[in-house]
Design a protein around this ligand. Structure first.
Ligand SMILES: Nc1ncnc2c1ncn2[C@@H]1O[C@H](COP(=O)(O)OP(=O)(O)OP(=O)(O)O)[C@@H](O)[C@H]1O
Ligand SMILES: [Mg+2]
Length: 290
């Protein structure tokens, strides 16, 4: 089943990579105050797939992001990228976070070219051309000379997408990138991002606590338990691509949503000690207020 023994042709331009998490565990704190955050986590991200991790707030999603990005290392188990063990950060894995990571003193354009220029990759003219192309693509053609503070939240996310994509990562990792956007911008960003993804299907690990967002975007959902994060269910999303919002009204989507919410509700209840009635829409129990 595993491909680790077979040499894998790596195509950075296509970004079709396979990620395998095998019995990954990570905890924090001294022995007397130890907290297991991720426990025996095993799942796979197939080449060209968009896999959404969904789980209750605080269950360990960002911890998983840090492990896959290589900012942190598992205490046991391993994470493989195209059969090679991940041992640290690399430009083959780019992360887009919820909070902006754009450098405020640099223009949008300079933020995008920063990585390749720093590493002295490619001819300057080629890097610049690619940055212009990507910024046009993400709809920021007129905002190249603006600073991050002059961009809206949605524009900042798009600038970060351009900044990540210029590195042609084998895996794009997104940690709740649309959280905090207003109700108008969020669906627009989802659709916009889908078009970008569907163009070349660069392998994507997308973290969200919004079940509808997850179903709309993903090929597969990995539903996590409450902390310590373990896989509760893996659900395939059989919707065709390109995805359209109207597909969200189909009976199969309702059934997937029902299944996922049942699990998430169960897990969210545990995180509140099972004492209050948790609303069913958000995985994080954001509607748990009376
Ligand atoms: N470096 C660290 N040191 C100690 N504890 C940590 C560290 N990183 C994460 N944790 C703990 O791990 C748990 C999970 O945190 P994590 O940020 O991974 O959750 P999350 O699912 O991303 O939450 P959210 O939905 O709020 O984004 C928390 O209890 C947190 O306190
Ligand atoms: Mg998080």
């Amino acid at each position: 089943m595993t491909m680790s023994a077979v040499p894998v042709a790596v195509d950075h331009a296509a970004g079709k990579s396979r990620i395998e998490l095998k019995n990954v565990s990570r905890g924090f704190g001294e022995e007397w105050a130890r907290e297991e955050v991720v426990q025996n986590l095993t799942f796979e991200i197939k080449p060209g797939d968009l896999t959404c991790i969904v789980g209750p707030s605080g269950c360990g999603k960002s911890t998983i992001v840090n492990l896959v990005a290589g900012y942190d290392a598992p205490e046991s188990g391993e994470i493989l990228l195209n059969g090679q063990r991940i041992t640290g950060p690399g430009k083959d894995r780019m992360v887009v976070f919820q909070e902006t990571a754009l450098m405020p003193w640099q223009t949008t354009f300079d933020n995008v070219v920063f990585g390749p220029r720093l590493r002295g990759e490619g001819a300057r003219a080629d890097v610049d051309r690619e940055a212009h192309r990507l910024l046009e693509k993400v709809g920021l053609g007129d905002f190249k000379k603006k600073f991050p503070s002059q961009l809206s939240g949605g524009m900042q996310r798009r600038a970060e997408l351009a900044r990540a994509l210029i590195n042609k990562p084998l895996l794009l990792i997104m940690d709740e990138p649309f959280r905090g956007l207003d109700a108008m911008s969020r669906p627009l960003m989802q659709e916009f991002f889908l078009r970008l993804f569907e163009e070349n299907r660069r392998t994507n690990l997308f973290v969200t606590s919004e079940i509808e967002e997850a179903i709309f975007l993903a090929d597969r959902l990995v539903i996590l338990s409450n902390r310590p994060a373990q896989v509760r269910a893996i659900i395939e999303i059989p919707l065709p691509r390109p995805r359209q919002f109207h597909m969200m009204n189909s009976p199969e989507v309702f059934e997937i949503k029902r299944q996922a919410l049942e699990i998430l509700h169960d897990e969210a209840m545990k995180s509140f000690g099972g004492t209050i009635n948790v609303g069913a829409r958000h995985a994080g129990g954001a509607e748990a207020r009376p």
